[in-house]
Write a protein that binds this ligand. Sequence first.
Ligand SMILES: *Cc1c(COP(=O)(O)O)cnc(C)c1O
Length: 361
Amino acid sequence: MSDLAELPVRDDLRGQHPYGAPQLDVPIRLNVNENPYPPSEALVADVAAAAGAAARGLNRYPDRDAEELRADLAAYLAGEAGVDLQPQQLWAANGSNEVMLQLLQAFGGPGRTALAFTPTYSMYPEYCRDTFTRYVTEPRAGDFSLDPARAAESVLAHQPDVVLLASPNNPTGTALPLATVRAVLATAPGMVVVDEAYAEFRRPGTPSALALLAEHPRLVVTRTMSKAFGLAGARVGYLAAGPAVVSAVQLVRLPYHLSAVTQAVARAALRHTGALAAQVATLRAERDALVQWLREKGFDVADSDANFVLFGRFPDRHAVWQRLLGQGVLIRETGPDGWLRVSVGTPEENAAFRAALEECR
Ligand SMILES: *Cc1c(COP(=O)(O)O)cnc(C)c1O
């Protein structure tokens, strides 16, 4: 048995636990906001062929700058958000987690500060710890919204080098109005990162910060193929920003960070955008129905523009989580005390969740 405490590990890592929700083998897994639909047979075949073609060149290092993938991502965003971006404005890495780490490596660091608005994504403090960036937070309003005046006031108070704005936010599902993003851009002395991991699930009329890129060289929008694309296992995330931001992250990225196989798989998946969009529409409708059902049952439910729903409140949320698990339904005990988060699954999974929750009352 090795004992971590006996190794000369960094002081700030002592006593810490690795990030991660429990990966339990239960019938209904609604805990990590995955897309519940496995890839279609057509997508599987395309991915397999693309990986096979990439395999023939695996004696060589991959394209360091993933140029073809970045061009495909620009084309995808043109369709999804109606924005006209050049491939040099895109950057891809192993999940948006790696993109975010690279951003903090380039724009955070010792003596620098990142500001986020809580409750928010639980990885932000970890990226900050790993890049020696000071992490400061300000609370969102009671309904988890963040209005422009409050946001600007917080930015002015902290003078952060990086502002992290998740929109739609995890674990609350709340999207930010562009007025809030604009207010932050107008006051922030440094970079403003809008984490749009769940953007494809936003309700009609909810804008994307991608629309602001043309006017703001210090704005970065991050996205991922893990959620809407149902490609969490492939590890592909990306950012859109001014070309200078891409130049900055290229300084800190590891050489050949994105494997040839990953690049090929991502490009294959991007060829199936049409079919995936239909699936996302189903998930959005299921999300709206779930919000409505929970409200009818008398729960407090946060408005959601994502593929999950935060609901409560429970005097003992752990007991509810445990009772659901006892019925084979795994959700997430996260967010403010008293609340639970459930990912939107297939109609069958959502029905099983609703039935199990009724049993818990
Ligand atoms: C899931 C999620 C991500 C995506 O992580 P990947 O590394 O791309 O899988 C990023 N930000 C938030 C807020 C998330 O919930």
